[in-house]
Design a protein around this ligand. Structure first.
Ligand SMILES: [Zn+2]
Ligand SMILES: [Zn+2]
Length: 78
C-alpha cells in the first residue's frame, strides 16, 4: 500500500504521517525532531477546543488566519 503525500506527491512511510484538519489529506509530518522526514505541514493549536492538530502547507497558505495558532516546530535550538 503505497500512499502518496497530498502535498509533495512522494510516498508516505508508515510513520511520520499526519492527516490535515482542513482537507483531510495525508502528508509528511515528522513526529520527532530527529525523524528523517521533511514536514509538509505544521502543528496547529485549536484555541477553542484546546486540542492539537495538523494542517498541511497548502491549507495554511489558503488560510492565512491560521498562522497565528501555528506551533513553530522547527528552528528551535536545544
Ligand atoms: Zn510530503
Ligand atoms: Zn490540508
Amino acid at each position: 500500500m503505497a500512499e502518496i503525500c497530498d502535498v509533495c506527491g512522494e510516498p508516505l512511510g508508515e510513520n511520520n504521517v499526519s492527516r490535515c484538519l482542513i482537507c483531510g489529506g495525508r502528508f509528511h509530518m515528522a513526529w520527532s525532531i530527529d525523524a528523517p522526514v521533511k514536514n509538509c505541514g505544521q502543528a496547529w493549536f485549536d484555541e477553542r477546543s484546546c486540542s492539537l492538530g495538523f494542517i498541511c502547507t497548502p491549507c495554511i497558505s489558503e488560510n492565512p488566519q491560521l498562522r497565528r495558532s501555528l506551533i513553530d516546530t522547527g528552528g528551535t535550538p536545544f
